[in-house]
Ligand binder design. Structure first.
Ligand SMILES: Cc1cc2nc3c(=O)[nH]c(=O)nc-3n(C[C@H](O)[C@H](O)[C@H](O)COP(=O)(O)OP(=O)(O)OC[C@H]3O[C@@H](n4cnc5c(N)ncnc54)[C@H](O)[C@@H]3O)c2cc1C
Ligand code: FES
Length: 254
């Protein structure tokens, strides 16, 4: 199938995850490739923009996406109900490189935890080790804590206002945990400033990092050029969204 093809998918289940995020379980009406952790779909709803959303899980024939309410399109999605149809283009982009026998620390901020909960499931399948750190502004914005605990992996969480868990940023929490335990690799998704700090931390500790970058996307398939990472020539939709920390930092000219 041409990567730009849009296929219809039916919403078969909706779960409210927190104050601003809902998960949509989608049943594609045609056969599609199974998304790998880190990959995303362009979601198309008639009369709205096409927007990029990561896969947050695959459950049998259902694909899960988890959407934070931001502007026009995501607000409309939050009003959709089971039985409604939307368009899916993808899965698009590269995926997180995961290997057996490795010890990963996953650092997620805000809705950036969505692709990481899927990543954690894959790491468990590989019989590798995942420790998941979940950061949010307040306890009402924390995402996937119960699901992560049900996976029986070490889970730590932080809030900026101290309303639950560690009081501080998820980066400060990560530094404390990495200080007392060693890991082979950091995988991170969240706001850009947070990702820059993660990449710098990994560089300082001399460990590998994989960063899931975000940028404004129009086509999602490497045609329009709107998603360039800094002025590097790298396209987040095609060369990414997963980049090594060092590539991410140098692409941003930092
Ligand atoms: C590869 C990738 C994966 C993503 N995965 C998820 C996900 O799993 N869950 C999720 O909730 N969101 C995800 N996003 C972000 C999501 O695409 C945007 O929140 C969405 O496009 C906003 O659309 P809107 O029409 O509701 O808002 P708009 O009306 O378009 O914008 C609302 C506000 O959000 C800002 N905004 C719009 N797009 C982006 C963007 N790409 N990055 C940062 N700010 C933006 C705008 O500047 C504006 O301030 C992802 C983005 C990328 C690039
Ligand atoms: S979104 Fe068009 S090139 Fe990436």
């Amino acid at each position: 199938m041409f990567p730009g093809s849009i296929i219809a998918a039916r919403i078969v289940k909706i779960k409210v995850e927190n104050k601003e995020t809902k998960s949509f379980y989608l049943k594609p009406l045609e056969k599609i490739r199974i998304p790998q952790p880190g990959q995303f779909f362009m979601i198309w709803i008639p009369r709205y923009e096409e927007i990029p959303i990561s896969a947050s899980g695959v459950f049998g024939e259902l694909i899960r996406i988890s959407v934070a309410k931001r502007g026009k399109t995501t607000s409309y999605m939050h009003q959709m109900t089971t039985g409604d149809l939307l368009g899916l283009k993808g899965p698009l982009g590269n995926s997180i490189n995961l290997q057996a026998g490795k010890k990963y620390i996953l650092v997620g901020g805000g809705y950036g935890v969505a692709p990481l909960i899927y990543t954690a499931r894959k790491i468990i399948q590989l019989k590798s080790h995942a420790t998941l750190l979940i950061g949010a502004r307040t306890k009402d914005h924390l995402l996937f804590i119960d699901e992560a605990r049900s996976l029986r992996i070490p889970v730590f969480f932080s809030t900026d206002d101290g309303s639950a868990g560690y009081h501080g940023t998820v980066i400060e929490l990560a530094k404390e945990i990495i200080h007392r335990e060693s890991f082979d690799e950091i995988i991170s998704c969240g706001p850009k400033e947070m990702l820059i700090e993660v990449a710098r931390l990994a560089d300082k500790l001399d460990i590998n990092s994989q960063i899931l970058a975000e940028s404004y996307m129009k086509c999602g398939i490497g045609v329009c050029g709107s998603c360039e990472l800094g002025q590097s020539g790298l396209l987040v939709c095609k060369d990414g969204p997963v980049f090594s920390g060092s590539t991410f930092i140098s692409a941003l000219g930092l």
